[in-house]
Design a binder for this molecule. Sequence first.
Ligand code: SF4
Length: 325
Amino acid sequence: MKVGFTTSFPVEIIFAAGHIPIDLNNIFITAKPMLKITYSENEGIPRNICSWIKGIYNTVTSGDIRTVVGVVQGDCSNTHSLMSLFKDKGIEIITFSFPYHRDRQLLRQEIDRLAEYFEVNSTQIKEVKSELDSIREMLKALDRLTYQENKVSGRENHYWLVNSSDFFGDPAQFKNELSSFLQEAADRKPKTENIRLAYIGVPPIFTDFYDFFDQWDAAIVFNEVQRQFSMPSLHPHIIDQYTSFTYPYSAFERIDDILPELERRKIDGVISYSQAFCHRQIDNLLLKKYLKHPFLTIEGDLPVNLDERTKLRLESFLDMIRFSK
Ligand code: SF4
């Protein structure tokens, strides 16, 4: 059975139950995303609701996924209403909540509830986690090839890390493909871009975002949220793994993760992406306050190429960094 989900959650449980987890965001953004948004708006979802929500809605209601895990705390307040729409369409909905204060006991209860629903025990979950962790270890190597050896581009880094939310629904295939990629990348000559950038925030909706930097002697060597999806802490216990996952918690947990990475990766500037109509835009106030690197906020709305105004702002930002180096 395919089990769709709205953001990263303990996916180990779905694999342990023998089902196929599908990150609905990844399906939406890779197959005719504009059309999906238009269909959702035609059904009445307002224009001023985030495009990811409209994309996820159409992905489920026009496809063959009949069961969805909605993360109703720790991700997006829109998910509450989205779950109601799914229920109305006869979709089986299961909710998952990350506790606001990173409370281990509350998180354990949520994980136990999910495990009970899918009828899996802790031994089965541990076995799956161990297999997934071996892939996550490889993703850490991929990340090092990005920021230490300069052999993996920001686009490639994004691709592998963002897809680690569901491992293509097939961890064995993911592992094989990743293994081949790592072998090929290790043999490359290091890239020589002069400006090193961090990308923070939810994955960009722009279709050509990473391509833009190729012509500007700049490289993205840190993809914050995508890296979080790959669970880099590698804690042996599942509860610790999902309490150290910063994305569902407050801006302060994110800042604690981002600050040392900016130093480790010798970052020259930070690009903070916000999705139009997203509550996470408010986090930018704190991110900007506590991250002392040059900081640029950009906003995306639809899955289209970068607009001229955003390109101009990026160019000016890169020029400013270049002159100050
Ligand atoms: S980008 Fe923001 S508003 Fe859109 S789905 Fe994600 S959390 Fe929700």
